[in-house]
Design a protein around this ligand. Sequence first.
Ligand code: NAD
Length: 337
Amino acid sequence: MLNIGLIGAGRIGKIHGESIANRNPNATLAAISDVYLPAAEELAAKLHVANVYTDYREILADPSIDAVAICSSSDVHAEQIIAAAEAGKHIFCEKPIAIDLAKIDEALAAVEKAGVKLFIAFQRRFDPTFAAAQSQVVSGKLGDPRLVIITARDPAPPPIDYIKKSGGLFFDMTVHDFDLARFFVPDSEIVEVYATGGNLVDEKIGTEGGDIDTAMVMLKYANGASAVINNCRESAYGYDQRLEWFGSGGQVQVNNHHPDYAVVSTAENIQRSLPYHFFLERYIDAYVNEMQSFIECVDNDTAPATNGIDGRWPVVLAMAATKSLKENRPVKISEIT
Ligand SMILES: NC(=O)c1ccc[n+]([C@@H]2O[C@H](COP(=O)([O-])OP(=O)(O)OC[C@H]3O[C@@H](n4cnc5c(N)ncnc54)[C@H](O)[C@@H]3O)[C@@H](O)[C@H]2O)c1
């Protein structure tokens, strides 16, 4: 039985806390911390957790706790990874590790030195549909990769305060798509990035948040294949998550998911339900599966399915996209690393 402490009881902390407490028979949610105590207390009451703290170091000081799930805001992940590694705890951490490569490398070095597991939470790899599509690709049956087309659009933008701490669209939202682009072409790394975008949803995201809300990013792989990612912080019809992988032997598609797939046809029109509203609904199975995968890698002493390097790469790509947008030109990865 793995005793896990949860750090951060916000939107995603609630999901992972619930998953540890109620969906994983091999784990116990032993403590919750949040700098905003009412958030930790509310979740602790719901999940029957006795130990509640404002300071996550109290979790690290508890020798009965084996691992932490870091679900705090992105700007504190690296320092919490380092502190958890130094305390000898295994680590599940939400994306991104940091938005600064020096900090990421410091965190990865601390993990390496301590010999603990670090699992970076890119849940789409654990979504049954994306995972099934990727297994077709790696089977070789669809041939060599040529084009990957990824769509990710959110129903509505997050608050400006969240945007300010998130690192911006490329680090907060596109990181998932960068990870998918790597997941679906596992034999070749990305060598060049070209990004374009702007503020088409809310000008305050630009003026107050210093960020864009709409983007198109092109990626070139070392093997000559390309990927294109399109992102928007607002979508009138709800969450939109799609992928098409096209290769020499065929293609595989992941279509958007809906709560049901009934198509109702009448003399006036043909109707179906809107897609799932957002990530909490769309990826609920993936969140449970990724936590299960983390728990298993600690229990069985195997390598994490998504490791620190998998966490570092999307940040490098986000940095390249940021530079490309600013300088209005394709940026080689060698310019970043
Ligand atoms: N994988 C995904 O699909 C996904 C989805 C949403 C968010 N995220 C990531 O999860 C993280 C949290 O996002 P969220 O949407 O839950 O944000 P949120 O603002 O809802 O929650 C973050 C919580 O962390 C707490 N916190 C901040 N600093 C802390 C600290 N030092 N110690 C303890 N608690 C602290 C805040 O008080 C807040 O309750 C972000 O890094 C984000 O990128 C991932």
